[in-house]
Design a protein around this ligand. Structure first.
Ligand code: GAR
Length: 219
């Protein structure tokens, strides 16, 4: 791993998690650079964020490829070409194909707006409100071939109130997403994540450090 971690970001929409990562880099909290933003959506606001920070962006739409394998092989190729070491799914609203996963084993991170393994798939926040749980949150995990099933790196919990809507809960969770995603990438960049089967061991983490609450100044 080089001194500065090279990231490739995949995003489909607003890109606020992408922005949180950029901000963390610019504040000097994360020794990384984003080599490229790849999006499946030409209207994604994430593209504006890339432009604002002089980050290259590419629009790749699945319908322009013969099949899912061709699409994800091409994405892998674009990432490898730029020396990407870690792939970040920052609101990439597709199930990633195996052609990408096999070329970046345990080197793709996703953020999910629920405490996995609860409420995987789409609308994690809505699922939590409808189910009636009292605590939800977000999860950063490595990506495997299942839907939100890969080894969990870090989670943050938030309360769910009686009068919460999908929107109000999403907003509360999003604040935590913006803390823990850059923090998880930082742990990776410091070589502190060890994957042991389903478990991710954080090297050098104090026993009493509550992983659900990484210190704010480190995120
Ligand atoms: C985030 O809440 C992220 O957790 C969620 O999409 C939102 C993207 O927001 N991702 C998923 O639901 C993935 N299954 P952003 O574009 O502002 O980062």
């Amino acid at each position: 791993m080089s001194d500065i971690l090279t990231l490739g970001v995949l995003a489909s929409g607003r890109g606020s998690n992408f922005q949180a990562i950029i901000d963390s880099i610019e504040k000097g909290h994360l020794r990384a650079r984003v080599a490229v933003l790849i999006t499946d959506n030409p209207g994604a606001y994430a593209i504006e964020r890339a432009k604002n920070h002089n980050i290259e962006h590419i629009v790749l739409r699945p319908r322009d490829f013969t099949d899912k394998d061709a699409y994800y092989s091409h994405i892998a190729h674009e990432l490898e070409k730029r020396g990407v070491e870690l792939v970040i799914l920052a609101g990439f609203m597709r199930i990633v194909g195996k052609r990408l996963i096999e070329r970046f084993p345990n080197r793709i991170m996703n953020i999910h707006p629920a405490l996995l393994p609860s409420f995987p798939g789409l609308h994690g926040q809505r699922q939590a409100v409808e189910y009636g749980v009292k605590i939800s949150g977000c999860t950063v995990h490595f990506v495997d071939e299942g839907v939100d099933t890969g080894p969990i790196i870090i989670q943050a919990a938030v309360p769910v109130y009686d009068d919460d809507t999908e929107e109000s809960l999403s907003e509360r969770i999003l604040k935590q997403e913006h803390r823990i995603f850059p923090y998880a990438i930082r742990l990776y960049s410091e070589g502190r994540l060890m994957v042991d089967g389903r478990r991710v061991i954080i090297k050098g983490e104090r026993r009493d450090a509550v992983i659900t609450n990484p210190p704010l100044e480190e995120a």
